[in-house]
Design a protein around this ligand. Structure first.
Ligand SMILES: [Zn+2]
Length: 97
């Protein structure tokens, strides 16, 4: 019984939550707590509601100050080195509530 329990414990502890950095405050957070903004292969930028959306990602934590900074300083533009449509920032603003 004991060895089995040990194996189970190791498996659980190996399941690390991936950490990602907020592009605004540059703090690491568990990925699932962050808003994910994705740039797809077609250079479309969107807020990804599921992890199934593929592409380059930018992450922002849910602090109001962080989201406001991302919007006012256009940090997504800088992250993706492109001009991000205002609609993306509008959508981000809505996530604040
Ligand atoms: Zn942040």
């Amino acid at each position: 019984m004991k060895p089995m329990e040990k194996v189970k414990k190791i498996e659980t502890s190996n399941k690390k939550t991936p950490l990602r950095m907020c592009i605004s405050c540059r703090t690491m957070f568990p990925q699932k707590e962050l808003l994910r903004i994705v740039k797809t292969k077609d250079n479309a930028v969107m807020i990804a509601k599921s992890s199934k959306v593929n592409g380059r990602s930018a992450y922002c934590c849910r602090n109001k100050e962080c989201i406001e900074k991302v919007i006012s300083k256009h940090l997504i533009d800088k992250h993706f080195s492109m001009s991000v449509p205002d609609g993306v920032y509008e959508a981000l603003k809505k996530e604040m509530n």
